[in-house]
Design a protein around this ligand. Structure first.
Ligand code: 0X9
Ligand code: ZN
Length: 398
């Protein structure tokens, strides 16, 4: 009780300070730590429509609005408001290495010009605001008959590092394309890289040189608010627990499955490349490797598939140092990319939550930890590319 009174007092004091000095964001945001001891308690909080950003042993951390703070009080989980000094809302010069949309596309074009024989670059669809969503195909450019793997980033706008990792993976594969190991991989696999699925949100997050902690896309919702959570909008078990029906929520699932052009673009791309066997969707943060299911606490029924998931996640966990677990061990989520990719398409699909490990390490804005995070993830990515040639015989079928 004391803690709640303390938290509320702190909340009012911080509100006063922030209301006066908050020209940098559109709305007042609070960084909170909420007590949650297990996946059930975490799901209870997720069901408020709050995005859970950092997960500790006995707590979760989140950045929430005033309205969400109110909802949080209703479920009476103890919480505290953290010191907001750990956030840098200004675009610090040390983050200049991150690519904005135009820089990213220029860099992808540069790679294609440098390695025309090994790459193909094309737009596979458009976002809500009409921005192109690009894919870079890497591999010898014959017909699509080789086992395929797709790497994606940037589903969530503020997770900028999740764009850099697949981009630098492409750079690495191409710069090393003459080494025996990579040469063999590029000759025997089709590798697709979609560095940014949510270009509108990503650009909005850094507009005017200020971070906005934006998560969703930029759909104009019926109630006047903006954004659908693209990682709740995929069409497998859509609309269930761990997603919100309320447009203002950070985890708003949209009015129907695949209501968003960004998720439809990914859906159509995957469906039109049926030889894709493995999918990695990069997010930040927490240093985790997650595999289906996310919508239920039950584990995958097909034992062959389950052991493939466990073996691959376990191997990649050793390579990265990230913790491997079933998605719903974290909390329930319905409508995410990986449940759809596996549930509908039989693809071995993983969500990587990249660095840092916690909010204390910088959360969504950790500064330039690009090289280290890319280094930490190259071996696992090469392993996944290799495995794409050996998995997929036992597809999950309904
Ligand atoms: O909530 C999400 O969409 C992902 N975390 S993030 O902090 N990047 O937003 C996790 C999705 C994985 N699925 C489940 N935990 N069920
Ligand atoms: Zn994310």
């Amino acid at each position: 009780m004391n803690k709640i009174i303390y938290s509320l007092t702190l909340f009012f004091l911080l509100s006063l300070v922030f209301m006066n000095s908050h020209a940098v964001t559109e709305k007042v945001l609070y960084s909170v730590r909420i007590e949650a001891k297990n996946k059930f308690e975490r799901t209870k909080i997720m069901n408020l429509g709050i995005a859970l950003d950092g997960i500790g042993e006995n707590y979760v951390e989140s950045v929430i609005t005033k309205e969400e703070l109110h909802n949080l009080k209703e479920i009476s989980s103890p919480f505290e408001i953290l010191n907001l000094d750990s956030f840098t809302l200004d675009f610090p010069p040390k983050d200049a290495r991150y690519h904005n949309y135009q820089e990213l596309i220029d860099a992808l074009k540069g790679l294609h010009e440098e390695y025309p024989e090994l790459t193909e670059l094309k737009s596979i669809g458009k976002s809500v605001n009409g921005t192109d969503i690009w894919v870079l195909k890497i591999g010898s450019q014959e017909e699509n008959l080789k086992p395929g793997i797709v790497f994606m980033g940037g589903h969530h706008a503020r997770e900028h590092l999740s764009i850099e990792v697949p981009f630098y993976l492409a750079t690495y594969l191409l710069s090393q394309s003459q080494t025996p190991k990579i040469k063999t991989l590029l000759e025997s696999r089709d590798i697709w890289i979609i560095p940014v699925v949510n270009p509108d949100g990503t650009e909005y997050d850094i507009e005017n040189g200020k971070y906005k902690l934006w998560r969703k896309n930029r759909t104009h919702n019926e109630d006047g608010s903006f954004g659908v959570d693209l990682n709740r909008n995929y069409g497998y078990q859509w609309g269930r627990e761990g997603s919100s029906q309320f447009p203002r929520s950070e985890t708003y699932r949209g009015p129907e499955a695949f209501s968003e052009p960004e998720t439809r673009t990914i859906r159509d791309f995957v469906i039109s490349h049926p030889h894709i066997k493995v999918l990695i969707s990069y997010h930040t943060f927490s240093e985790l490797i997650l595999y289906p299911w996310g919508y239920t606490y039950d584990s995958i029924q097909n034992q062959t598939d389950l052991s493939i998931f466990e073996n691959m996640a376990g191997a990649m966990s050793k390579m990265t140092g990230y913790k491997a677990e079933q998605s719903s061990d974290l909390y329930l989520v319905s409508g995410d990319t990986t449940d759809w990719a596996y549930g509908e398409r039989g693809i071995y699909a993983f969500t990587f939550e990249l660095s840092p490990k916690s909010m204390g390490g910088g959360g969504f804005y950790p500064g330039d930890i690009i090289d280290k995070t890319v280094d930490d993830n190259i071996e696992a990515a090469l392993y996944a590319i290799e495995r794409a040639g050996h998995v997929g015989l036992s597809l999950y079928l309904h």
